[in-house]
Design a protein around this ligand. Structure first.
Ligand code: F6P
Length: 349
């Protein structure tokens, strides 16, 4: 009987997921494996949502956003008998291996299942936030940065025409990678990120300095996880809804852009507007770079399965696709180092 490989996508959807599914499926079918879609992330293994995946199902999906096999933020460790159910479904569905495509939450579950139950799983690093450890870049990040940069470029038009301060709030959860890269690429005058929180007072001073220097408009990029930080030392995390949203305990972020815009307008007197990019950053077709990266990751994951090297994650080091342990990848978040922030700060004010 042919060996059988399952594929699941967990957490927020992300451009490039389908490219990984296609690559894992094509390579595994070529090697004589059967391929199965585990639908809706870990929920699929808890509830037994497994169906065959063939060449026809993965045809034409390379440029498509989202995930054809669905996703969820289900955490089997937070579901009653969740882990036992995962193990039982994997057995009854005859899964010899699983490719889990996800971020720190999805891969954190994979790492635990492997460590505690020798579960035959390999990981693929997905997230627009680019905050996974052990890899230089996750797929999806390039697309999010592309979308955010294009938005900043367009907002420049209104900023210049109306002599306004335009605040752009981008995603990224507790790291500022999207804000940093889109801000650098879009020529932002101030960038506020969680890792290097400049104060509201300093941000306003940078805007005023620009205006004194003869520039009547400014672009301010703020990461959703930036805490409003004041010279007094006071810090406030602005959350969209004051509740944990999922089984991984994440709070819904969002709203800091609005709060910051009000502060800037009040303190500087300059007319200020805010744009929240939200899920637009995760939507639609992946960039060519993400399609290529996702494809390379998918082939690597299929190779790791073929070699029986479970508990590993495909990763990018420089331009090489390598593998790292799932444990290392999920041990801590990859945050923006000071040297990276310095690149952006060279253009502030
Ligand atoms: O992790 C990806 C991400 O888009 C974050 O940047 C953001 O904070 C979060 O997911 C939003 O989650 P949801 O889609 O559940 O609103």
């Amino acid at each position: 009987m042919a060996q059988r490989i399952g594929i699941l996508t967990g957490g927020g959807d992300c451009p490039g997921l389908n490219a990984v599914i296609r690559a894992v499926t094509r390579r595994s079918l070529d090697r004589g494996w059967e391929v199965a879609a585990v639908r809706e992330g870990w929920r699929g293994l808890v509830d037994g949502l497994v169906e065959p995946l063939g060449r026809r199902e993965v045809s034409g999906i390379l440029p498509r956003g989202g995930t054809i096999i669905g996703t969820s933020r289900t955490n089997p460790y937070k579901v009653e008998d969740g882990v036992e159910k995962v193990l039982a479904v994997a057995r009854s569905e005859r899964l010899d291996a699983l490719v889990a495509i996800g971020g720190e939450d999805t891969l954190g579950v994979a790492a635990r299942l492997h460590a505690e139950h020798a579960f035959p799983v390999v990981g693929v690093p997905k997230t627009i936030d680019n905050d996974l450890n052990g890899t230089d870049y996750t797929f999806g990040f390039d697309t999010a940065v592309f979308i955010a940069t294009e938005a900043i470029d367009r907002l420049h038009t209104t900023a210049e025409s109306h002599n306004r301060v335009m605040v752009v709030e981008v995603m990224g959860r507790h790291t500022g990678w999207i804000a940093l890269h889109s801000g650098i690429a879009g020529g932002a005058d101030v960038i506020l990120i969680p890792e290097h929180p400049i104060t509201v007072e300093d941000a306003c001073a940078l805007v005023e300095k620009r205006h004194e220097g003869g520039k009547d408009f400014s672009i301010v990029v703020v990461s959703e996880g930036y805490e409003l930080t004041y010279a007094s030392g006071e810090r406030t995390l602005v959350a969209g809804e004051a509740r944990a949203t999922d089984q991984f305990g994440h709070v819904v972020l969002g709203g800091v852009g609005d709060a910051l815009a009000r502060e800037i307008e009040q303190r500087t007197g300059f007319e200020t507007r805010v744009t929240v990019l939200g899920h637009v950053q995760r939507g639609g077709t992946p960039t060519p770079r993400d399609r290529v990266l996702a494809t390379r990751y998918g082939l690597k994951a299929a190779d790791l399965v073929q070699e029986g090297r479970f508990g590993r994650m495909a990763a990018l080091h420089g331009d090489e696709i390598v593998d790292v342990s799932l444990e290392e990848a999920t041990a801590e978040l990859k945050t923006v180092p000071p040297a990276w922030y310095d690149v952006a700060a060279a253009f502030f004010g």
